[in-house]
Design a protein around this ligand. Structure first.
Ligand code: AHR
Length: 514
């Protein structure tokens, strides 16, 4: 039997806040991510509120999703917001050229998006069209969303059913502008980005105050934050160009975030299956996801040279496992299953983000429903919660928690020529005052005995849940929705130490009561 892994948590220590926005999500007009997954229409036999399916809303509410990024992705740079407002029967019918040339009836537009956010209790992260749109189109959209109903734009919104200005918490200025968003050279992007940052104003005075209606640093209760396009590879050209511009910015414009995209796919095009795989594929993808650490370090180092005080967050607003499409699913719909492997990979990523919580203060997993590493899969009236959904739910107590120092010997898990850390762990003091610890056993074959000492806190009891499965490719299906669900884990507390056994390929989250 292997020796117990000793974990030490400084229970009375302190660290950065784990911003709740780290647990954000991305929902693009792509495949059945919106249509079928979120929007079914108000005449649908599937239970819905104003066209938005109630089973999905109920499930998402439990995740306390801090923000939802919409409408894209690549789609954002071909989206024209006017196509999606007003009476649905009169809306433009267009083609989604980014994703499978699907018919886009524009039934789900701006007002439906904000209704969805209200229903799940989340905030808006709007990506404006910088590829095929204009500064004026973006400014007009912002006015529609945020202006007082006494203005023409605000009156139009009121006529469409929402008198009060919406709150746009985050504004994405372009998407992957080095590629699908226009293939701009970094300096060209920066010049364009400044115009959007200046003129796509948030006019919600209650949210932003009056001094700086573009959002940002002054007045208001919760100023909008503008997020510029950043890197999608180790190449630092965009990071350099945007951060250099930020350092030299004057009163007229600014940004409050730099985007980074990084998927787990081993190589492009993605060819790893989401079902019916073995240990080699498991180990290979776990190893590939660790590249996120290099990406954060490389780009944080550049940001540090311009912004040592870490005022600009690194916003990882697309991440997750991108796998081969499910056989029989439509090209361009990015429809994949989701296994215990993917939940373990999500835990490793969330742990990396929290370890860099001073710079990484916002992320969005790709994507919310039916697309890539989804929380939820639907098929007509059927819905199933994925292992990644359960993992996100287990991590809710880490939202806005204070990270605590933790040390442990991770050991190694090996398969063939792949070697990765065997154990991963983070600790935090939750907003409820409890010490929360997340522990991942990457080894798909061997359980791990864990012995946690919490300095400065004499734990009296501990409880929690563990997510595991009998196979690395275990999934939840419509027929068997509860194959991979959290179950209680037994944690013994003995003289202030907490001891437990992590099953193989598992993630546990426990809380310790002082
Ligand atoms: O998430 C799917 C796509 O991946 C997004 O539309 C794009 O930004 C990225 O390349």
């Amino acid at each position: 039997q292997q020796a117990a892994v000793k974990v030490t948590v400084t229970g009375n220590g302190t660290g950065p806040r784990i911003d709740r926005n780290i647990f954000g999500q991305f929902a693009e007009n792509l495949g059945s991510g919106i249509y079928g997954g979120i929007w079914v229409g108000d005449h649908s036999p599937i239970p819905n509120v104003r066209g938005i399916r109630s089973d999905v809303v109920g499930a998402l509410r439990a995740l306390k999703v801090p923000s939802v990024r919409w409408p894209g992705g690549c789609f954002a740079d071909e989206y024209h917001w006017r196509d999606g407002i007003g009476p649905r029967a009169k809306r433009a019918v267009t083609v989604n050229g980014s994703w499978g040339n699907a018919l886009e009836k524009n039934d789900f537009g701006t007002d439906e998006f904000f209704d969805f956010l209200d229903q799940i209790g989340s905030g808006a992260y709007i990506s404006v069209n910088m590829g095929s749109g204009s500064v004026k189109e973006a400014a007009d959209w912002m006015a529609y969303m945020t202006a007082d109903p006494g203005t023409t734009a605000g009156a139009e919104r009121a006529a469409n059913g929402h008198r009060a200005p919406y709150r746009v918490k985050f504004l994405g200025i372009g998407n992957e502008s080095w590629s699908c968003g226009g293939a701009y050279k970094p300096d060209y992007y920066v010049d364009e980005m400044k115009r959007y940052a200046r003129f796509a104003r948030n006019l919600n005075i209650e949210q932003n105050g009056t001094d700086n209606p573009a959002g940002g640093s002054v007045a208001g209760t919760d100023p909008m934050r503008r997020i510029a396009v950043g890197p999608g590879s180790p190449n630092t050209d965009y990071t350099e160009a945007v951060m250099r511009a930020w350092k030299g910015h004057d009163w007229a414009w600014s940004i409050e975030g730099l985007s980074m995209h990084n998927y787990t796919w081993v190589a492009w095009p993605p060819k790893y299956a989401s079902t019916g795989f073995g240990e080699r594929e498991y180990a290979t993808l776990v190893k590939d996801t660790l590249k996120m650490e290099d990406m954060i370090r490389i780009h944080s180092a550049v940001m540090d040279t311009y912004d040592p005080e870490k005022r600009v967050p690194l916003v990882i607003d697309e991440w997750g496992v991108w796998l081969e499409k499910l056989p029989g699913s439509r090209d361009g719909f990015l429809h994949q299953q989701n296994s215990i492997r993917d939940a373990i990979i999500a835990s490793i990523n969330l742990n990396m983000f929290t370890r860099h919580a001073d710079r990484v203060r916002m992320t969005a997993i790709a994507q919310m429903v039916n697309v890539l590493q989804a929380m939820i899969l639907t098929d007509g009236p059927k819905m199933v919660l994925t292992p990644t959904y359960h993992l996100f739910k287990m991590y809710v107590p880490f939202q806005d928690a204070t990270r605590l120092p933790i040390s442990f010997d991770a050991g190694s898990y090996r398969f063939g020529d792949v070697t990765v850390p065997r154990i991963d762990a983070i600790a935090a003091r939750g907003t409820d005052g409890k010490v929360w610890i997340a522990l991942t056993n990457v080894d798909p074959n061997q359980p791990a005995r864990i012995d946690v000492q919490i300095d400065g806190v004499r734990g009296r009891s501990a409880s929690g849940t563990v997510l595991t499965a009998d196979r690395v490719d275990a999934i939840n299906s419509y027929e068997h929705p509860d194959s991979v669900v959290p179950r209680p884990i037994t944690a013994r507390v003995d003289q202030g130490r907490v001891q437990m056994t992590l099953p193989s390929k598992s993630v546990a989250v426990i809380s310790v009561e002082p």
